[in-house]
Design a binder for this molecule. Structure first.
Ligand code: GAR
Length: 197
């Protein structure tokens, strides 16, 4: 049966769409049951709806406290019986309390070879530093930013001809491969959302 996946997004949702399509094409044994956006303009929400996925838009600005915003997200995830949360371009830092609730059940994709270039604009950080290889990482989310245990990584070579834009595109293409492979690995470890061991 795999996981009941909930995906949190803030933007275009290309990783989200890729995961939905992999599930619908039975490349994964999991299902995406919910997509949540924290951005009213996230175009990813429309893409999810077109694929028949339930969506919710939850804006932090509608809540006085961050806790209430996160409780609203948690409520939607629980309502849909989500047992794996995938962050896919979700550009908000989740609190320790939220992460604790989803310990080992929340993963993220980051556009660098962690532990290098954490935080925002990781592609530009790597490009400007002048590294010859960068890439992307899927990792468990823990209380430190972009620091949880790494599940898998993909490498992208930076050539003389590359620009920040071309590198960002190359990384995103690798992200799409990586996120599916990481989910396959998790499906092997867990069964029906429960640890096999
Ligand atoms: C992706 O490159 C993802 O790695 C990055 O945002 C982009 C979202 O693209 N996430 C982060 O930088 C998180 N720190 P998408 O909406 O097309 O999947």
């Amino acid at each position: 049966m795999g996981f009941n996946i909930g995906i949190l997004i803030s933007g275009q949702g290309s990783n989200m769409l890729n995961i939905i399509e992999a599930c619908q094409a039975n490349k994964l044994i999991s299902d995406v049951n919910l997509v949540v956006s924290n951005n009213p303009d996230a175009v990813g929400i429309k893409k999810a709806e077109k694929k028949g996925i339930k969506t919710a838009t939850i804006l932090q600005s509608n809540f006085l406290k961050k806790k209430d915003f996160e409780d609203a997200i948690n409520f939607e995830l629980k309502k849909e019986k989500i047992n794996l949360v995938c962050l896919a371009g979700f550009m908000t830092i989740l609190s320790e309390a939220f992460i604790k609730k989803w310990k080992n059940k929340i993963i993220n994709i980051h556009p660098s070879l962690l532990p290098s270039f954490k935080g925002l604009n990781a592609q530009s950080q790597a490009f400007r530093y002048g590294v010859k290889y960068t890439g992307c990482s899927v990792h468990y989310v823990d209380k430190e930013i972009d620091s949880g245990k790494i599940i898998d990584q993909e490498v992208v070579k930076i050539s003389e001809k590359d620009t920040i834009e071309s590198i960002t595109r190359k990384i995103l293409m690798k992200e799409h491969i990586l996120y599916i492979n990481a989910l396959k690995q998790l499906e092997e470890i867990y069964i029906d959302g429960q640890d096999k061991k």
